[in-house]
Design a protein around this ligand. Structure first.
Ligand SMILES: C[S@@+](CC[C@H](N)C(=O)[O-])C[C@H]1O[C@@H](n2cnc3c(N)ncnc32)[C@H](O)[C@@H]1O
Length: 306
C-alpha cells in the first residue's frame, strides 16, 4: 500500500521535492507562499465562485461584497505569478453570479432557499442602486481578469467552456447561461505552447464544448475532457502542474494519466481524502495502460501519452 499523499501541515516540508505529487490540506495562500519562485510549469484551477456553493471551512467566496471577493482572489493570483515558471501558463476557470441571488440558480432578487442554513448565515452587502442591484450580472470573471492584468499577467485567451448540460438557471426575463470563462494567462511573451497539439485538439479554437461531471460528493469538479487538452497544449511530460483549489483531485488525475507531476492544495479535509482515493485509483489504472493511446471524447480528439 502506497503512503498517504495528503500532507496536513506544510511546516515539515523543507525540500522543494516534498511538495511534488502531494496534496497539501490547508489554505492554499499559505501553501503557495512556501513554494520557490518559478517552480511550477502550469497552473490550472477553479476557485470557489462568489456566493455560490458552500464546500465546508473555506472563506473565499463568502465575502459580503463581491469586490471584496475580487480583492481576496487577487491575493492568490499575485502569489501564483511568483511561483509560475517564466515560460508557464495559468488557466483560471471562474463563473459569474447575479447580485443578491447567492448562486447561479437564484436570480430573482430574493433568497429563494430560506431553509438552507448557509443562505441564512451568509450576509451579503445591501443594494446600492448602482453596481449592487438585484438582477445585476456582476462581471466577476472579467473583474478578476482585469485585476490580474494590473498585476502584470498577460491574457492570451478568453476560452469559453460551453456546457451542453448546465446547472439549471432559468429566468423568464433573460437568456439561459450555458458557459463559463477559462482565462489563459502567461507571465512572459515567450511561453511553452504546442501549436500542433492545439490544432489536433478541438481545432485550435477558443470554445470548448464539454458537459459538467460532478465527482462523488464534490459537485463542482472539472470534467477531465475539459482540462486534458489544456494540459497537453501548454506542458510537457514530467512537467509540474499546480492546482491551488484541488477539490476532488481532477487536475492530479489528469496529470497521472498524461504523465505530468502535480501539486494540489485543498482546504477541506473531506475533499483531500476523496481526491487521494481517486488519485491512487487512477495511478493503478494508468500503470495497466499502454504507453500511447488515442482517446476520443465528445467532440475533442487528442493523443494522450497514456
Ligand atoms: C470549484 S472547487 C474546485 C473543484 C476542482 N476543480 C475539482 O475538479 O474537483 C473549489 C475548491 O476550493 C476549495 N477551497 C476553497 N478555499 C480554499 C483555500 N483557501 N485553499 C485551498 N482550497 C480552498 C474548496 O473546498 C473547493 O473544493
Amino acid at each position: 500500500m502506497k503512503d498517504s499523499i495528503v500532507i496536513y501541515d506544510t511546516k515539515p516540508l523543507i525540500e522543494n521535492d516534498d511538495f511534488v505529487n502531494k496534496l497539501i490540506c490547508g489554505d492554499s495562500l499559505k501553501s503557495i507562499k512556501e513554494l520557490p519562485d518559478n517552480f511550477v510549469n502550469l497552473i490550472i484551477t477553479s476557485p470557489p465562485y462568489f456566493g455560490c456553493r458552500v464546500y465546508g471551512n473555506e472563506i473565499l467566496g463568502r465575502e459580503e461584497h463581491p469586490l471584496e471577493y475580487v480583492a481576496n482572489l487577487l491575493k492568490y493570483t499575485g502569489e501564483l505569478k511568483r511561483v509560475l515558471h517564466k515560460e508557464g501558463s495559468f488557466y483560471l476557470n471562474i463563473g459569474d453570479v447575479y447580485f443578491g441571488t447567492k448562486g447561479f440558480i437564484r436570480n430573482k432578487g430574493s433568497y429563494a432557499r430560506k431553509t438552507d442554513k448557509h443562505y441564512k448565515e451568509h450576509k451579503i452587502a445591501k443594494p446600492d442602486g448602482k453596481y449592487l442591484q438585484y438582477k445585476q450580472l456582476l462581471m466577476l470573471p472579467e473583474r478578476v481578469a482585469m485585476g490580474m492584468q494590473e498585476q502584470g499577467w498577460i491574457l492570451r485567451n478568453k476560452i469559453i467552456w460551453e456546457k451542453p448540460n448546465p446547472v439549471p438557471s432559468y429566468s423568464p426575463d433573460r437568456r439561459y447561461p450555458v458557459y463559463e470563462h477559462i482565462f489563459h494567462f502567461v507571465k512572459s511573451r515567450k511561453y511553452y505552447f504546442d501549436l500542433n497539439i492545439a490544432k489536433r485538439l478541438n481545432n485550435h479554437r477558443d470554445i470548448i464544448k464539454c458537459g459538467i461531471e460532478p465527482f462523488g460528493e464534490h459537485q463542482a469538479s472539472f470534467p477531465l475532457p475539459l482540462i486534458k487538452p489544456l494540459i497537453l497544449t501548454t506542458s510537457k511530460e514530467k512537467d509540474l502542474v499546480l492546482d491551488p483549489f484541488m477539490g476532488s483531485g481532477t487536475t492530479a488525475v489528469a496529470c497521472v494519466e498524461l504523465n505530468r507531476n502535480y501539486i494540489g492544495f485543498e482546504i477541506n479535509e473531506k475533499f483531500c481524502k476523496l481526491a487521494e482515493e481517486r488519485i491512487l485509483n487512477s495511478e493503478k489504472t494508468a500503470e495497466k495502460q499502454l504507453p500511447l493511446k488515442e482517446i476520443y471524447q465528445s467532440d475533442i480528439h487528442y493523443i494522450a501519452t497514456r
